[in-house]
Design a protein around this ligand. Structure first.
Ligand code: NAD
Length: 393
């Protein structure tokens, strides 16, 4: 009889698990179900462009049905409420109970607000297509309010966090807002775009020459970086900084970090600060019938105490390893160890500029080559998941 494989999450880890598992397991060997809170697989690495308004939602939210419909994978749109690993059951918010023989948990990460007063209630985040739409609509509404009242807070945007999410987002604002302002009859020089970073520098993953490139390029286009100052409080129209400064702003976007997924951290499988711990074959260290893919797991390079970063690149590769290992668990054979391959890191600085380090030698890229490489990496991913139709938007 076909075994029941349940995959929680339709992001990079979950989708790649489903696609890979189906290559190795026929419908008579395994019934595969993927449960996701959206009906779409979302290209998180391009969300900043939707938030800025340079692409349409269809470019980043690809219907799971279109990607998996002909692969004999059942798609359930629902939110996971509880995992009961000892009873081999998963409960969803619609009240459904799903049973499994093998479970894949690929639920991603959650925003970390670090307990900063007022931040969760008064900021927007960028973790899904609807978040991105919310940001775009909010910015437009505040600009309209600015036009009507002249209140400077309505013309001020504060992005908290100078990691790749924050920097790519201010890059889109810097490119797109001049045009938006022109259309609304607002002088773009009235707009303030801040990126506030607690660390001494933005983008610490990059060499200093590329960090300088990012700062210079974005400052020229109207972004102000405040580094070495943490956000300590937020209200609906202001941000307080550790330096004592207060910025009046009615758009606050928080990109200050991620933490493990609460459903995963509290379900009773082995975890480390909320992220599931895994074996070299990406099985839970406490439950061998549970596999993990993506940010909800913590993976340490051999001999290191510093885990791999929570990136899309890694989630994709973890999904492929998990998909294969599921087939081994069901049919026999030797499981694959997870050995990530790092192709590099690319960050956009708006539509026409970017930075990156690629390849084993960390070759540095800036400007058009980085922009083109970033576009190529998106095309490569879409082609891999048979999602090139998204490029039409
Ligand atoms: P991050 O953790 O990389 O960056 C968050 C930043 O916020 C940090 O620099 C941190 O110092 C800062 N911060 C924390 N508390 C703060 C405070 N109180 N005030 C001001 N700043 C504060 O988070 P991210 O940018 O969302 O990225 C998450 C992961 O996803 C990373 O591994 C990143 O590399 C990856 N990512 C990759 C891409 C890409 O490849 N293009 C794009 C986005 C994210």
């Amino acid at each position: 009889m076909a075994k029941q494989i349940l995959i929680l999450g339709g992001g990079y880890g979950g989708l790649l698990t489903a696609l890979t598992a189906r290559k190795h397991l026929s419908a008579s060997e395994a019934n595969i179900t993927i449960i996701n809170k959206f009906s779409t697989h979302q290209i998180i690495t391009e969300l900043h462009r939707l938030a800025g308004g340079t692409i349409k939602e269809q470019a980043v939210a690809l219907p799971l049905q279109k990607l998996l419909g002909d692969k004999n994978v059942n798609i359930v749109v629902d939110t996971i409420q509880e995992i009961k690993p000892n009873e081999k059951q998963v409960l969803t918010s619609s009240g459904a109970v799903h049973k499994y023989d093998a479970l894949v948990v690929a639920l991603g990460s959650e925003t970390n607000y670090f307990g900063i007063p007022g931040l969760e209630a008064n900021s927007l985040i960028l973790k899904s297509a609807s978040d991105a739409n919310r940001i775009r609509a909010h910015v437009e509404a505040r600009l309209d309010a600015y036009k009507a009242s002249g209140n400077k807070a309505d013309a001020t945007i504060v992005v908290g966090g100078g990691g790749l999410t924050g920097v790519e987002l201010v890059g889109e604002f810097a490119d797109k807002l001049p045009e938006v302002c022109r259309a609304k009859g607002i002088d773009f020089n009235d707009i303030s775009i801040y990126c506030v970073e607690a660390g001494l520098s933005i983008l610490p993953v990059f060499p200093s020459v590329l960090i300088e490139r990012a700062v210079t390029s974005l400052e020229k286009r109207g972004v102000t970086f405040l580094t070495g100052v943490a956000i300590t409080e937020a209200t609906n129209n202001s941000v307080s900084l550790k330096s004592g400064q207060t910025i009046e702003a009615s758009t606050i976007i928080w990109t200050g970090g991620v933490k493990g997924n609460q459903v995963v951290g509290s379900c009773g499988i082995a975890e480390d600060r909320g992220r599931a711990t895994v074996t070299s074959t990406l099985q839970s260290t406490s439950h061998e019938d549970i596999f993990l893919a993506g940010d909800c797991a913590v993976v340490f390079p051999e001999g290191s105490e510093r885990p791999y970063p929570p990136t899309a690149q890694l989630a994709w590769q973890m999904g492929e390893t998990v998909g294969y290992n599921l087939s081994v668990q069901l049919k026999g054979g030797v499981m694959e160890k997870f050995v990530p391959v790092f192709s590099g890191t690319l960050g956009s600085l708006g539509r026409k500029d970017g930075i990156g380090t690629i390849g084993g030698k960390n070759t540095q890229l800036k400007g058009l080559p980085a922009t083109l490489m970033k576009e190529a990496s998106n095309v490569r991913y879409l082609s891999h998941i048979h999602g090139l139709f998204a490029l039409a938007y």
